[in-house]
Design a binder for this molecule. Sequence first.
Ligand code: SF4
Length: 301
Amino acid sequence: MTPTKNSIRKSGVKIYLAKHCGFCFGVKRAIKIAKEAGVKYKNVYIKGELVHNEGVCEDIEKSGIKRADFLNKLPPRSNVIIKAHGEPLETYEKLKAMDLNIVDATCPMVKDIHKKARELEEKGYQVVIVGDRNHEETKGILGNIKNGIILENKDEAVRFQEDIKNKIGVICQSTQTLENVVEVINRLARHAEELLFINTICNPTRLRQREIEELSMRCKAVLVVGSKKSANTKRLYEAAKKINKNSFWITSQYINKNNFRRFTSIGIIGGASTPVEVLETIAGRLNETYDFSSHRRRKIM
Ligand code: SF4
């Protein structure tokens, strides 16, 4: 895989497209559920964005599914899609009370985090969720238990330690980095009598986080592609930047090739809600001779 001087000279920039890219399992599933609901039902709404990708959301809206930020304005017996990030229990109760039909596209891995959080609480643990306070997934986890606490980082673990009991159960948002979670745990462990950690970082996130390190070391520059709202894209970018100062967060396929001419090798990776076609378009813009078939073969191996 290491580019030789000759291969660079012949084909221009050498492109390394990440093996783990394109929609993750949870995003693919949510899109499928939403599209099927659009065909099956008449009045279909989504509370917020189905996934954090503007192109995908536009596509969904074009298929007739409407976005609803205020549930109380929906006609009775409408169908409401719950997005991949999940929702607090309260949302389900509200929808049922309003006689709205729930189409649940919550990722099963997020559902599993809800279940684990409830089990910890039932066993008497003070549940600590390591995650972004304002992200829907973290809010959804919190809203599935009675008394959880969100900590974003180790500084918050120090600041809020007085509020935390000494029997602690730690879980995390599915797209966290293990590094951040471990830093929080290290702080909590100083005052806990008992601390149980369940690693709820999902597998697609782990694989991408591992691959971004490899790409960042191997390539002269790294392009991380995804929406500015995407938590997992943000973390991939941060991880790349730590290793390779020539890391760029790209939000669309319309890149200016001239900005990257100086790099002889470029790694490209996308967040869990970035379509693989967007990455392929970027790869094609940077190097017209890029061989996509080899990438596809690599992906299915
Ligand atoms: S990133 Fe992980 S938890 Fe989130 S939708 Fe994808 S598979 Fe599910």
